[in-house]
Design a protein around this ligand. Structure first.
Ligand code: THU
Length: 149
């Protein structure tokens, strides 16, 4: 277990505690590690019109894009589970949804990295790590529009 991975998972769990998820009751947190070592987090934001929900990863990528850091992404940790008092519980790692994989790909291509994606359970104990290219093979991205090499 690397320090980076574990501290990112801790940050994602902390972010998940600030999810707005009154409909599903499923709290997701994402922690983005930037190339300079900074960590930016996001959590899911649900809506009474269910389909308008924003995922944690999307919220976090929007934050870095709005700061001008979309090309600064190094790594991500994602945690999902159900709150039990102050704690987040759940023993299975949570994988990013398809839309989030595409949104992460935008930042990953701009950052020129095959993103490391740590998928963790609510309790933070079970972790599976992927490269984004495993989760979204043959991705469409800015390179296909000739915007980057
Ligand atoms: N969710 C995320 O935040 N990220 C994902 O990648 C998967 C799903 C959220 C959306 C919704 O608020 C809740 O999890 C249940 O689907």
């Amino acid at each position: 277990m690397t320090k980076t991975r574990d501290s990112l998972i801790d940050a994602a769990r902390d972010a998940a505690s600030r999810a707005y998820a009154p409909y599903s009751g499923f709290y997701v947190g994402a922690a983005l590690l930037l190339k300079n070592g900074d960590v930016v987090t996001g959590a899911n934001v649900e809506n009474a019109s269910y389909g308008l929900t924003l995922c944690a990863e999307t919220a976090a990528v929007a934050k870095i894009a709005n700061e001008g850091w979309i090309g600064e992404l190094a790594e991500i940790a994602i945690v999902g589970g159900r709150p039990d008092g102050e704690a987040l519980i759940g023993s299975d790692p949570v994988n990013p949804c398809g839309r989030c994989r595409q949104i992460l790909n935008e930042a990953a291509e701009r950052s020129k990295t095959d993103l490391l994606v740590h998928c963790a359970s609510g309790d933070g104990r079970a972790v599976t790590t992927y490269r984004l290219s495993e989760l979204l093979p043959a991705a469409f991205g800015p390179k296909d529009l000739g915007l980057i090499d």
